[in-house]
Design a binder for this molecule. Structure first.
Ligand code: BV8
Ligand code: ZN
Length: 256
């Protein structure tokens, strides 16, 4: 099926849906210049596997190394701006008030582009917290306020002196329960799931479209490459999200 026909089919489904859910991954931020997760360790970090650094064990073993990795990723993500794909999702939410985005991304680009209904599964790169959550979960620490913005060593909590860490969910850590509940609730109500820019390797995010498909909900994937979730999709649009999403929004608006 030609690309135009696939987009037309996707637009008709999206137009007819009341409660569409978009599951996004690092690919949706690629055109904003944020390296995808599996490409995150380039240059001097290329000798590390991101999945090995994004664990409590790595932080336990070498907090300063993991802290430097996240300071490096913060530096890259800080200047990034939303791309047309992010803005298209915000435009679609204005048309479809019950649209939800479940994102695996830890950048703020969906929120920066105006999307309100965003469920962040894996936390927020720019936030730091006490690793012991000594003042409650989460004990967020404003590094600027406490003048702790250290590039090289994991600073210590001003309240209990435990190490400070990025407020993200690492591998082998549970996702926060309220976030999981919100995501599963959105997926259980979805009448259409559109997967954008994820390799589909990380759980429980990857389980969500599968659950929808098992209930007979149509699933569409937007990704220039096949992913672990392509077999779950009824329709695979093999285009970059920065191209496909604006085209989709344009067609849905035209149908309105
Ligand atoms: C948990 C924050 C319970 C940190 C991240 C079931 C089966 C197997 C394993 C497990 C399972 N259940 C649990 C596990 C273990 C583990 C897991 O999934 N392991 C896998 C990898 C083997 N999961 C967990 O540990 C989770 N916790 O389940 O708790 C528990 C408790 C104890 C013990 C066991 C279980 C927590 C997972 C959270 C990890 N934290 N992020 C950080 O960012 O540093 S995940 C990390 O990967 C990022 O958030 C990233 O978003 C996410 C997924 O990666 P992608 O977004 O897909 O990015 P990737 O680079 O892989 O792919 C990019 C895609 O974009 C590609 O397909 C590419 O083609 C495409 N693309 C590129 N350009 C474009 C594009 N697409 C569109 N347009 C473009 N222009
Ligand atoms: Zn503390």
């Amino acid at each position: 099926m030609a690309a135009g026909e696939k987009l037309e089919q996707a637009a008709l489904r999206l137009r007819a849906s009341q409660r569409p859910v978009f599951l996004t991954g690092a690919g949706v931020s690629a055109e904003s210049g944020v390296p995808t997760f599996r490409d995150a360790a380039t240059g001097l970090w290329s000798k590390y596997e991101p999945t090995e650094l994004a664990t409590p064990q790595a932080f336990q073993r070498d907090p300063d190394l993991v802290w430097r990795f996240y300071q490096y990723r913060r530096q890259i993500a800080a200047p990034a701006k939303p791309n047309p794909g992010h803005y298209a999702l915000a435009e679609l939410e204005a048309l479809k008030p019950d649209l939800w985005i479940i994102t695996q991304n830890v950048d703020d680009l969906h929120e920066q582009s105006g999307s309100q209904h965003v469920i962040r599964l894996h936390g927020r790169l720019r936030d730091s917290r006490c690793s012991q959550n000594c003042k409650g979960d989460p004990t967020l620490i404003d590094l600027d306020k406490f003048r702790l913005n250290s590039p090289d060593t994991a600073p210590r909590c001003p309240y209990c002196s435990a190490r400070i860490r990025p407020d993200v969910v690492w591998f082998n850590e549970m996702l926060p329960l309220p976030v999981l509940e919100a995501a599963w609730s959105a997926i259980s109500k979805a009448d259409l799931v559109i997967i954008v820019g994820t390799s589909g390797m990380v759980h429980p995010a990857a389980d969500m479209p599968m659950d929808a498909r098992d209930r007979g909900v149509p699933v569409i994937e937007i990704n220039p490459q096949p992913s672990a979730l392509t077999p779950v999709a009824d329709l695979w649009i093999d285009q970059p999200s920065g191209v496909a999403l604006p085209e989709l929004a344009h067609r849905v608006t035209a149908l309105a």
